[in-house]
Design a protein around this ligand. Structure first.
Ligand SMILES: *[C@@H]1O[C@H](CO)[C@@H](O)[C@H](O)[C@H]1NC(C)=O
Ligand SMILES: *[C@@H]1O[C@H](CO)[C@@H](O)[C@H](O)[C@H]1NC(C)=O
Ligand SMILES: *[C@@H]1O[C@H](CO)[C@@H](O)[C@H](O)[C@H]1NC(C)=O
Length: 384
């Protein structure tokens, strides 16, 4: 057969088209949200501006939405100046604390007088109301959403958020905004996402069911100049407060926070949390706050410079406290659990085992001794 130049051109064109259409979600969700498909194989769309990004996220079509630049929502909905309050926590010398917007009537309910002026960006307060069947993915480390979060609610489900950085939601104010909110949803995969400079929660579920959620390879960066604990660390990091929720947290990097990292609770059957192979570093307050209706298996994690790993008096935790207890998992999960590892951190002991059978999410943990290197190499944006 002789060489056919036009066939050659067609073939190489097909090959290059092949690599273009290969833009999409990388991998599949580990853990409880394994069945998440997001926008599936819909052709990728590249929003030209914030208006188009919001339109793609909020319409009724399945979509693969690709971000290769920053989308800045700051100023897009105007500014608000009104009365807010100064909570007791803000006793910071100079100006390094967090004052509060009267979100959810918080100032009034907490009996803090509406005595100070607050001025904030309106776009940060409410997240973009994302609909079902969406994949939102970033290219390299270029996919940034500034000044507005994402809210998956009201029955919207099957959403993948991968390799995106969400930042600058009125970080100076409590109630300034949440980066990712889940309420009344199912099948959500948050992967290689970074959140930084957030006013309120970096990730929150509640109060209605969020069902199956996986948060993997993500970075919760708590560094802030407006710390509710007056020390450059963000207090309101992660709140799991739904009902019937099953959450896998795998391979995440949670650093420079000072509280609620995470707070786990909820109503009714609350939250089941499998926290595995995560790295907590430089937490000046507490990591886990496990309250009513929560059940937590924490294994194979690494804690470095975490002052209080667990608020006391909270029982529904299995922390794999010793080599013998690692075997307790075998009958429930068909494998032993991995011990956690600690450097300059507080005690982390939970011996509740009754719920281990509900923690079957298919994840096979690595040993905690490998976690710091693995998480630092993989967690956050620009690392897939
Ligand atoms: C999402 O996709 C599923 C499966 O294809 C479909 O059944 C459902 O109707 C879609 N939801 C919306 C809101 O388009
Ligand atoms: C993170 O917190 C630690 C103390 O907990 C502090 O030493 C370090 O400087 C902080 N990192 C940054 C980049 O601010
Ligand atoms: C954590 O704190 C140590 C000691 O202060 C510091 O060397 C390290 O850079 C900090 N890590 C981060 C992510 O700031």
């Amino acid at each position: 057969m002789h060489f056919n130049p036009s066939l050659y051109v067609v073939l190489s064109l097909l090959a290059s088209l092949g690599s273009v259409s290969a833009v999409g979600v990388v991998g599949q969700a580990p853990g409880f949200a394994a069945d998440t498909t997001g926008g599936g194989n819909s052709s990728p769309v590249y929003p030209k501006d914030i208006k188009e990004l919001t339109a793609y996220l909020t319409d009724n079509s399945p979509r693969v939405i690709v971000l290769n630049k920053e989308y800045n929502y700051i100023g897009s909905e105007g500014k608000v100046s009104e009365k807010g309050c100064r909570p007791d926590s803000n006793k910071c010398p100079g100006n390094g604390g967090q004052d509060a917007i009267n979100g959810a009537n918080w100032c009034s309910n907490s009996k803090y007088p509406l005595s100070i002026s607050v001025s904030y960006d309106k776009a940060g307060i409410a997240g973009i109301p994302v609909k079902s069947n969406k994949s939102l993915i970033g290219i390299g480390s270029s996919g940034i959403i500034r000044g507005k979060g994402l809210r998956i609610a009201n029955g919207a489900k099957n959403v993948i958020i991968q390799n995106i950085h969400i930042t600058e939601l009125n970080p100076q104010y409590i109630w300034g905004g949440d980066a990712i909110t889940l309420v009344n949803t199912d099948l959500i995969w948050i992967d290689h996402v970074k959140t930084s400079l957030i006013g309120r929660q970096h990730i929150v579920t509640g109060y209605e069911p969020s069902n199956r959620v996986t948060i993997s390879n993500s970075e919760i960066d708590g560094r802030t100049s407006w710390s509710a604990t007056c020390d450059g660390h963000h207090y309101w990091a992660i709140l799991f407060y739904g009902t019937s929720d099953k959450v896998t947290m795998l391979g995440n990097y949670i650093h420079n926070t000072s509280g609620r990292s995470p707070k786990v609770g909820g109503t009714g059957s609350g939250t089941l949390l499998h926290a595995v192979n995560n790295y907590w570093e430089n937490n000046s307050g507490h990591a886990f706050d496990i309250s009513e209706n929560a059940k937590v298996l924490a294994e194979g994690n690494a804690f470095q410079n975490v002052k209080t790993t667990l608020l006391s008096g909270r029982e529904a935790l299995f922390s794999v406290p010793d080599t013998g207890s690692a075997e307790a998992c075998r009958s429930a999960l068909g494998r032993k659990c991995e011990l956690n590892a600690f450097g300059s951190s507080g005690a982390f002991v939970g011996t509740a085992t009754g719920f281990l059978g509900t923690m079957k999410d298919g994840v096979s943990p690595m040993a905690a001794s490998k976690v710091v290197a693995s998480v630092l190499a993989n967690a956050g944006v620009g690392k897939i």
